[in-house]
Design a protein around this ligand. Sequence first.
Ligand code: PBG
Length: 325
Amino acid sequence: MSFPTIRLRRLRTTPNLRAMVRETTLSPRNFIYPLFVMHGADIHREIPSMPGVYHQSIDRLAAEVADVSELGIPAVILFGVPAAKDPIGEENFADNGIVQQAIRAIKAANPDLLVMTDVCLCEYTDHGHCGIVSGGEILNDETLAILGQVAVSHAQAGADVVAPSGMMDGMIAAIRGALDAANFKHTGIMSYAVKYASGFYGPFRDAAMSAPAFGDRRTHQMDPANTREAMREAQLDVDEGADMLMVKPALAYLDVIQRVRDRFDLPVAAYNVSGEYSMIKAAAANGWLDERTVALEMLTAIRRAGADMILTYYAKDAARWLREM
Ligand code: PBG
């Protein structure tokens, strides 16, 4: 049977009909909202390359997370700007480090909100690399012990989930081992399992002040041309004990999200990264596209590809827009 008996336009005639046959849902419950925390008092400073995203001091966090949970967003992920940087990033695993303070402040204000933390060296090291550097090389195995220490210090402060983003080989096993040894058996690991060496991180590196001082990240982050290799990355992290898998970036890698979804049974997250956010912001500011339509379309597409969760700077705006619909 075919046209004219079959008419696909029939199911598109009214809003209610369209809503009933919609295959993909988008809800604030799907979002993880990134926060950039820094030392100081009463700081709420917009990041120039990411309009609507702010550097915030600890004293602003209670109000921020009240907003986030009122909007129905279940989780935040924290990124810290340290007071000082050094070759190994001492503040990264300090008990009074910026992220450790932020975790405690958020848990004190709202114990139910899920607190996730980015676990990496690049924001804390003076060279801006994701591992210990020696002779211009990023050392893998020497970095693993530090990642374990960072994860344990976040768990100690009250983090629910740690999210290692440095793409070091063996990082999930090292972190699981360190957490278990410190008796944090219930602290989860969301692995940035499939993370590409992407130009879309540009605005974030301004925000986190984490651009590498020399070279780039191509010796550890993945080549954007590869997808079979993504399956190997994800498989290793599953074998090492990851609880959730992430693909990053999202928009230019929807095929990768779909492959990871199809192949693995773990929850899948996708990181709708800074460049994806700022592109829309810039175009919208110029009047070149409609921000709300495009942002919701992008987030729906990431869900359609198979992501259960989306880390997105649009979380609060999208939650408001969805409420109005
Ligand atoms: C590394 C990290 C990065 C992002 C999240 N974690 C940057 C990088 O790998 O250079 C990027 C997020 C974004 O662009 O929104 N700690």
